[in-house]
Design a protein around this ligand. Structure first.
Ligand code: NAD
Length: 491
């Protein structure tokens, strides 16, 4: 059994393993994770601060060179990284490669940092006076990430944070921590100086030490809503810049004019892909009008064809969920449903296997006030909610406390346009069930899906990880010497 190391100051640092790391497809413990002492937390922060003092002065071309080299290495090592992700997360190899590809986009965006960090210049704002602006790094960024995208979410944060001249301490999920260490090694191979990127393994206590540490300047967090709220509150109280992305309950509205086969395909892909463990997964299909019976039948028939198995078996459509505890929680929505729910498909029989498997589950008649609607289930459980009108669908979405993603399936362009303007949600798909923005736009939800105002990666990522300076300049002639106690005027 392996002990998973930290990655500090450009080298792996071993420590006695404590927390178990599982292979979810077998249920075996495959590694143990160290829990750092306060001394180790202080050491990693000190290493990051020292490295930042040099990295903040690095030229933009030096940073771009490192990011280009990282891009190349991520492509070169995709098979190895995907296998590592699958062994600890459980998702299929194809899905792990998809995650790497989406993370790679953020590295490519960050390669354009010379363009993204351009300041502005105004000549002659007053007589003989010019103004220019530029942005500088913040310092040490703590990047705290969830289990469900063990390399993509770290890359969402790391690419922009490094490009803007910060040092990073990544605290990955304790469930699938190994790929972060490989990311550290690849960054070193790409030419990043020691200490600029570090991986600190650990759990909630480790996170809390980082949130309160005076050597940490900013916190990027992605995870569940209660933890996101806690991270935002504690870190802002300690004077840090914070963005904290939380959980989700994403609705897919199907209008009566939609192609129901296309809508059913989309519900299957977005509901069961990665065993439903995506923050942009569709968890509620909202059937509008009298299409519900037909739509439910089409989804059920497709669900019956899905193959659930180990992520490294190329025939598997999706793999196990992350832990046995999570499997039990997810199954409780299906084995003890609220009154009024019809269990159309029950995937609990698969829980006889040794790994943490759940088959596709389909619940009909789900409504607000029921556990299956109110909770983020985060498993292969798709709910169907029936509403009479388009207006009811919008009201349902807007009354939900989450606002991460949503989608509408229709052939009516005007309805789609209205929908995108009327929903209180950050990311919207029109006939696109998982509308994760490309890297030149930023990712972020509304309401309980994001604490702080800054979305992550893309233009808002560059802004979040940097701060502005404005310089007002005058080169007076000696003959212009004068004393004037008035407030500076431009005219
Ligand atoms: P989680 O909140 O349990 O853990 C996330 C991180 O927080 C981990 O690094 C963990 O060690 C740490 N943590 C856990 N409990 C803590 C506590 N009490 N105090 C301080 N730190 C703590 O989330 P998870 O189960 O790893 O990931 C799944 C969740 O993440 C889902 O809710 C999902 O919707 C969400 N998510 C959101 C997005 C998004 O972009 N909005 C993306 C991916 C995942």
């Amino acid at each position: 059994m392996r002990t998973i190391p930290h990655y500090i100051n450009g080298v792996t640092v071993s420590a006695p393993g404590e927390l178990p790391v599982f292979n979810p497809a077998t249920g075996d413990i495959t590694g143990r994770l160290p829990l750092p002492s306060t001394t180790v937390v202080d050491e990693v922060v000190a290493a990051a601060r020292a490295a930042w003092l040099t990295w903040r002065q690095s030229s933009l071309s030096q940073r771009t060179n490192v990011l280009f080299a990282l891009r190349h290495l991520l492509v070169q090592h995709t098979d190895e990284l995907a296998a590592l992700i699958t062994s600890e997360h459980g998702k299929t190899i194809a899905d792990a490669k998809g995650e790497i590809a989406r993370g790679l986009e953020n590295v490519e965006y960050a390669c354009g940092v010379t363009e993204h960090l351009k300041g502005s210049f105004s000549s002659q704002v007053a007589d003989g006076v010019d103004v220019h602006s530029f942005r500088e790094s913040l310092g040490v960024v703590a990047a705290i990430t969830p289990f469900n995208f063990p390399i993509m979410v770290p890359l969402w944060m790391t690419a922009s944070a490094l490009a803007t001249g910060n040092a990073v301490i990544l605290k990955p999920s304790e469930r699938d921590p190994s790929v972060s260490v490989r990311l550290g090694e690849l960054l070193t191979e790409a030419g990043l100086p020691a200490g600029v990127f570090n991986v600190l393994q650990g759990n909630a206590a480790t996170v809390n030490q980082l949130l309160e540490h005076e050597g940490v300047d900013a916190v990027s967090f992605v995870g569940s809503t209660p933890v996101a709220r806690h991270v935002y509150n504690v870190a802002t109280e300690h004077g840090k810049r914070v963005q904290a992305l939380g959980g989700a309950k994403n609705h897919m509205v199907v209008l009566a004019d939609a192609d129901l086969d296309i809508a059913a395909d989309a519900a299957i892909n977005a509901g069961y892909g990665a065993a439903g463990e995506r923050c942009m997964a569709i968890s509620v299909v909202v059937a509008v009008g009298d299409i519900a019976d037909e739509l439910v039948a089409k989804i059920a028939e497709r669900a019956d064809r899905l193959i659930v198995g180990p992520g490294d078996d190329p025939t598997s459509d999706f793999g196990p969920v992350i832990t046995d505890e999570h499997r039990q929680r997810v199954l409780s929505y299906v084995t003890s449903p609220d009154p009024g729910i019809t269990v159309v498909r029950d995937g609990s029989a698969l829980s006889e296997r040794t790994g943490f498997f759940i088959g596709p589950c389909l619940l009909d008649g789900v409504a607000p006030g029921m556990r299956a609607y109110d909770d983020e289930i985060f498993g292969p459980v798709l709910s169907v909610t029936r509403v009479a009108t388009y207006a009811d669908a919008v009201a349902l979405i807007n009354a939900n406390p989450y606002g991460n993603g949503t989608a509408i399936f229709t052939r009516d362009g005007n309805a789609a346009r209205l929908f995108s303007r009327q929903v209180s949600v950050g990311m919207i798909g029109v006939n696109v069930p998982i509308p994760v923005p490309v890297s030149s736009y930023s990712f972020g939800g509304w309401k309980n899906s994001l604490f702080g105002h800054s979305h992550i990666y893309g233009p808002e990522g560059i802004t979040f990880y940097s701060r502005a300076k404005v310089v007002t300049t005058r080169w007076p002639l000696a003959s212009e010497s004068q004393i004037d106690l008035g407030f500076p005027r431009t005219r």
